[in-house]
Write a protein that binds this ligand. Structure first.
Ligand SMILES: NC(=O)c1ccc[n+]([C@@H]2O[C@H](COP(=O)([O-])OP(=O)(O)OC[C@H]3O[C@@H](n4cnc5c(N)ncnc54)[C@H](O)[C@@H]3O)[C@@H](O)[C@H]2O)c1
Length: 381
């Protein structure tokens, strides 16, 4: 991973007061840049052109995002001589399916898209995962471009190449590792994002601080007001640092053989909370926020983490108005649900537990007694 100021791009910038930050994901011949800036969407065409893709672009989006940003993106692409075919999928996780992928294959086929043509995802993580899956599979792979418009997508799902659709038996069961050619994140899109979705993205941001960067964690503590106000400088730092940490992890372990599991901090418990509430009560980031608290509680009980570090994590999660307790779920059903986690190996649940702010460890042998104790405590709130 490298963070470099953009050189020679001044003429491309929408406004010289909003420079574009670039985080590079270094993956050999699969390397790509993540561009981050304000008011940069109108310039999308110029950046896509540099990728030397074909003249037709399949733009995958949903009606919510298309109504807000479709015109500016299509206009930007057209201005650079690119022809846009729009593949619209209804809004919602329930449409991240093979059926939706199939309808996008149909659109690609009807418009004679060939292997040089790019698929561009304009939207949150649902659209990014689905469009990436289509890009990975149509004609054995088309160039893929991510234009993430939620905080979660800008700091997490658009980076790292995991693409997937859901199966009735489980989330993200059918997928691939397929890296984009470029990620293009305009922070101004966050202005229209519902508050709840913003908070959910912040859970993943806090996660990065806990797993890798105590300085970033401090920054989040100190700048929470500016971050909530979407102040430009602070939001750019939030996205840039998050992407840099994710890039650092992915560069060392692209296909999750080892290190990449640290990104699951809070997720093992979080997935159980989501599943047990039928994916209705919590958005993903909220469940992760509660899961980070549970994992920190387990780490304290195991003597790995100080109580004060745990309190800091709890306080930061609360500061961004995220939940920290799972309410009425029963500890036994949570433990049972985690045993089915798709990331369990040889029947062993893998917990990412903090040792300090900025450092985590993989632990596979948490005694059930400790799990019950922590879950019982958390239930009470
Ligand atoms: N590939 C990965 O590595 C990875 C990582 C984390 C999560 N994910 C996936 O990401 C998905 C969740 O993504 P998400 O949280 O972005 O949810 P989402 O894509 O459902 O977006 C949330 C909502 O915000 C709307 N929206 C998007 N951008 C907007 C904007 N700028 N203004 C107003 N509304 C906007 C969407 O239409 C949607 O209603 C899940 O499917 C999850 O599995 C993937």
């Amino acid at each position: 991973m490298t963070i470099v100021p953009e050189k020679g791009l001044t003429s491309l910038m929408a406004d010289s007061n909003s420079p574009i930050t670039t985080v590079n994901v270094d993956l050999g011949d699969k390397s790509y840049p993540i561009y981050i800036g304000g008011s940069i969407l109108p310039k999308i065409g110029e950046y896509v052109q540099r990728l030397e893709v074909g003249r037709k672009i399949l733009l995958v989006t949903n009606p919510t995002v298309y109504a807000l940003y479709g015109q500016v993106v299509v206009g930007g692409l057209n201005k650079s001589g690119l022809e846009v075919v729009v593949g619209e999928i209804p809004d919602g996780e329930q449409y991240k399916t093979l059926e939706s992928a199939r309808s996008l294959y149909d659109t690609a086929f009807e418009h004679s898209l060939d292997r040089k043509c790019a698929v561009l995802a304009l939207g949150g993580g649902v659209i990014g995962d689905l469009a990436g899956f289509v890009a990975a599979t149509y004609m054995r792979g088309l160039p893929f471009i991510q234009v993430p418009t939620t905080l979660l997508a800008q700091v997490d799902s658009s980076v790292g190449g995991k693409v997937a659709v859901n199966h009735p038996r489980g989330k993200n069961i059918i997928g691939a590792f397929y890296q984009p050619k470029m990620v293009f994140a305009d922070i101004d899109t966050l202005q229209t994002l519902p508050q709840r979705e913003f908070r959910a993205g912040m859970a993943e941001v806090i996660k990065y601080g806990v797993i890798k960067d105590s300085g970033f964690f401090k920054f989040l503590e100190n700048e929470q007001i500016n971050i909530k106000k979407l102040s430009r400088e602070e939001i750019i730092r939030v996205i840039e640092t998050s992407c840099a940490i994710k890039a650092w992890v992915v560069e060392q372990d692209e296909t999750e053989q080892g290190l990449r599991t640290i990104l699951n901090y809070g997720h093992t418990f979080g997935h159980a909370y989501e599943a047990l509430t039928g994916y209705k009560k919590y958005v993903h980031g909220e469940a992760v926020a509660i899961g980070m608290n549970t994992a920190a509680g387990v780490a304290v009980k195991l003597g790995m983490l100080s109580a004060s570090d745990r309190t800091s994590i709890l306080n930061l999660v609360r500061a961004f108005d995220l939940p920290v307790h799972f309410g009425l779920l029963k500890p036994e059903e949570i433990i049972e649900s985690m045993s089915h986690d798709k990331k369990a190996l040889a029947g062993k649940v893998r917990y990412i537990l903090p040792e300090a702010i900025g450092q985590v460890k993989l632990v596979t042998d948490v005694p059930p007694k400790i799990l019950y104790e922590v879950l019982d405590e958390q239930k009470k709130g």
